[in-house]
Design a protein around this ligand. Structure first.
Ligand code: PEP
Ligand code: MN
Length: 347
């Protein structure tokens, strides 16, 4: 909420208003820089009508009413840590999810999973149900893909992340004990699916829509949390802009804004976010610098044969090289965060 004061507010009225704010457990942030004094309220204002602060000396009160509440930083100041079958993400825990765009065969997934494991990544990804632009493109192996993912999970000890496209697939995902349900960019606003994922008791990886605003992304996360599942990890995966030099514009601003406005972890997918092989490594490192809690990277043992996204899947060697760099960036960021905290600087 934002309270704008009248120019002629008396000292008594001012003191009384500040008391009223503090009585509700809120912190007033006073901005005297503009022509009028404006007070921003920090804290949980849910359940307080704007009229409560419309007292003598106040010109107006506006509610910067958020479309999300439970996922907001205000409602839960510390970072949330999401546990994906033993792998933690957020609140200082950094995790890399990697694997092929699509599960194509046992040999392909085995080779990819081996590279993921050997490189030190903690979670295996792979699409069994693929959202493709053309109905004539490879649509994924379906149930067989889930079966292979689970087989590799058991072989390599890597919890698996895979995309769910509709409510009707929940039963199948349950049957295979999928560790993390991915909601793809094209499904971000499938509200019925989001509501249903509120009841699954497994973590959800919610990807940002192609033209989804940050507020929309957080509101979609709110659907899942408000329906009973607090285990949501957000994913920045690039948005559609006028730029055509790459597949999507990786919006790293979003990482900083989400960290400011929400306690949920956010990871970055530089594979879909760029669609350009050679800029995946630098943008991965940039994502870490921006504050990401993890990365999701596509890895294929032989991308020349990939049935989807052949231009953005790292080879095992390329991925291993990148995985040697990432911890250095994570370490550097932690050091800088510590220094900032020690000097009392804000995020
Ligand atoms: C994916 O991660 O497999 C995928 C299809 O990504 P997005 O939904 O971000 O396009
Ligand atoms: Mn892909």
């Amino acid at each position: 909420m934002i309270i704008t004061l009248k120019g002629n507010i008396t000292g008594e009225q001012y003191i009384s208003l500040i008391g009223r704010i503090k009585d509700r457990g809120l912190e007033p942030h006073i901005d005297k820089g503009s022509s009028k004094i404006v007070i921003g309220l920090r804290g949980d204002t849910s359940g307080i009508e704007t009229g409560y602060f419309m007292v003598d000396g106040v010109e107006n009160v506006t509610s910067v009413s958020k479309k999300y509440r439970l996922v907001s930083r205000g409602s839960h100041p510390p970072d949330s840590v999401i546990d994906v079958s033993g792998v933690k993400i957020g609140g200082g825990y950094f995790a890399v999810i990697a694997g092929p765009c699509s599960v194509e065969s046992e040999e392909q997934l085995f080779a990819a999973a081996k590279a993921v494991k050997d490189s030190g990544a903690l979670l295996l990804r792979g699409g069994a149900f693929k959202p493709r632009t053309s109905p004539y493109d490879f649509q994924g192996l379906g149930e067989k893909g889930l079966e292979l993912l689970v087989k590799m999970r058991d072989k390599f000890g890597l919890p698996v992340v895979t995309e769910i496209m509709g409510i009707e697939q929940i039963e199948l995902f349950r049957k295979y004990g999928i560790d993390m349900y991915q909601v793809g960019a094209r499904s971000m606003q499938n509200f019925d699916l989001l509501k249903a994922l509120g009841g699954i008791g497994k973590p959800v990886l919610l990807k940002r829509g192609l033209s989804g605003t940050i507020e929309e992304l957080l509101s979609c996360a709110e659907y899942i949390v408000a329906n009973g599942n607090p285990n949501v990890v957000l994913c920045e995966r690039g948005i559609r802009t006028f730029e055509t030099s790459y597949r999507n514009t990786l919006d790293l601003n979003a990482v900083c804004i989400v960290k400011r406005d929400s306690h949920l972890p956010i990871i970055v997918d530089p594979s879909h976010g760029t669609g350009v092989l050679e800029i995946i490594p630098p943008m991965s490192c940039a994502s870490v610098a921006a504050g990401a809690d993890g990365l999701m990277i596509e890895v294929h043992p032989d991308r020349s044969k990939a049935l989807s996204d052949p231009n953005q899947q790292l080879s095992p060697e390329e991925f291993c090289r990148l995985m040697k760099e990432i911890p250095e960036f994570v370490k550097a960021r932690r050091k800088i965060e510590k220094l900032r905290k020690a000097s009392g600087e804000d995020r």
